[in-house]
Design a protein around this ligand. Sequence first.
Ligand code: ADP
Ligand code: MG
Length: 716
Amino acid sequence: MNTEPESELPGPAPIRRLQESLINRIAAGEIIHRPASALKELLENSLDAGATTIRVTVKDGGLKLLQIQDNGSGIRQSDLPILAERFTTSKLSTFSDLTKLTTYGFRGEALASISHVAHLSVVTKTRTSTCAYKALYSDGKLVPAQRGQSEEPKPCAGNDGTTITIENLFFNTPTRLSALRNTSEEYARILDVLTKYAIHNPKVSFMCKKAGSSSPDLSTPSASTTRHAIKMLYGPSIEKDLLQIAVNEDMKGEVSWSSEVYFTNVNYQAKKTIFLLFINSRLVESTRIKRAIENVYTGILPKGASPFVYLSLKIDPRSVDVNVHPTKKEVHFLNEEEITTQICDTLQAKIAEKSHSRVFEYQTLLTGGIESSSQRNDKKRKEAPTETQTINDEEREEVSASLSGPKKVYSHHKVRTSLQDRTLDSMFPVVNPSQIGKGPAESNPQSQSLPRSREVKESECFLTSVTTLRNRILKGKHKLLTEILEKHTFVGIVDVDRCLSLIQYSTKLYLVNHGALAEELFYQLGLRHFGDFSRLKLEPPPSLRELVKIAVDAEEISEKTSLSKPDIVDRIVKILHSKRSMLSEYFSLNISEDGLVQSLPLILRDYTPNLDKLPLFLMRLGPQVNWTSETECFESFLRELAYFYVPGPISSDPSIPIAVSETDEDIAGSKAERWQIQHILFPAMRRYLAAPKSLLDVDVVQVASLPDLYKVFERC
Ligand code: ADP
Ligand code: MG
């Protein structure tokens, strides 16, 4: 007897090689998750084989029986023995094929996988064969119908094409089977896959029914159109609101691609997004593309409403990541971001064109304005020379050359920021509620409160720094002042350039510096949006370096510093470039790898900052933001952002004459600005500003009390 103490401890379990059949079963489960995924593979095979009619019969959600009959090319008798072996395919013979392949499936794994987890039989006939053949498979190999018989495929009667029958799916993987007990859910998934393929293949007739039932649950004619298929399968209400675009890019040598999109306009409002994505005719999923498209709709549809979007994208198969397993539905491909952006932009423009709605969470600013406004400023400086005039013509031309790209003009959602093309009309972005079916409360243009659609929700943020800053606002809130602003009646703007307005509260009249109030408001709204800003896209994106340069060149450099202006520009650009990912994640300030400013944080919908101030804003971010400590960094960044957003011209110093003679455009621009102050800014203050005490006395001054005024008048 062995009494050694060690023997009481269990030793490591011996490693055993798993049985091959078990390995195959596990591998098959990776590809065939449920009846609907098996059906997807079979559908793709039938479509590859050129079928024009596809009939599907289902029993118990596809677990008992899943049969698909097509009228495609059929399979040659001689191919049947290896049909269900792994990596047998008629679609691929060399590695280079793998990169060229345009047909759907490409690894010859589907039928093999199915044969490992179900009873698989195939009846098939090619056009040239005189009869059909029937073959049965198990674990990748031909098996006889009955014990003792030959496994050779048997000749039988049959039509041209192939019928694949899967019975008892997952009979040998009981855990998976028990996870799929809800057969009606599985059936619904099968119908969903079929519906989507039917939309993508309107020329093919699809039919699906439960075994034993005489009436199909899905049936489409052959030779239909996409639009008609959508109408038939998703209902006439979608089709009625359906828009369509085609976006392509063909560049010599570069990856070229084309896409077709059918999508609903603002009138259609579903509870959940219906998104069909086909890449090279294969139904796939991409959370990123879906999110990008949903983003386009966020500002357009009321909260809780979602669109229908069918996107078919054809890209060079070489640019799809072949390392991603083909059955993994989530795809990645080359130039994904650019392609997505182009599609989303076109989609957005089309919606804007077709609707009269002008509310866009995701707005585009045309940066052509920066260039023209720098020219304008230049002109003004000449008229009223000041010491800050430092941009020489050559430099300016260089800068403006880099800033002015091809102008894309989406007439309706264009947010005009250059005074030169700013019109009053463009600044009336409040939606006509009758056009998007919103409540009557918002239809009153006189209403002084912010429409519900523009409600700014506080983003969820667990960073201590942000919570601290948010709490600081609450602590610093001055009750009476906040109440005055919350309940005020707007009286009028006194002076746009000096940022003075009159408001009334109770029986008192106050002169307020709306610039100072706006600065605080924008800071607070910035904190509210933290990490969840909508984007203000710049179109075309200007160069960060050029913008910073404009601002630095306009600065007077202290004589003490040894840094030259180019050094300063360089430093600022470097800092901002190194903070790119943080700026993008928390503030939606996107700077591309090659230094283009692609988007700015959108703080208040329908309110656009004066782009003339963009260079100054970017320049100030360098020295004014504390980049080393988190709380201070967020605070100082948001303060700078707020400063940038404050209405008014580039210099708020009233001693510098800004415009000597006002052109018609300038007048229109200032009217628009006034409109924005009254209809966007003050309502937002009413709703969101927790006014700090510091604003009292200087920025909010009681100028009259009505009872006193009455007394004065009575005396007269
Ligand atoms: P893959 O589609 O990746 O080639 P599969 O396992 O899905 O692999 O199919 C293996 C092969 O069987 C296909 O390449 C094709 O030649 C043939 N095949 C499968 N289904 C059909 C069908 N319905 N009609 C004609 N041929 C088919
Ligand atoms: Mg296949």
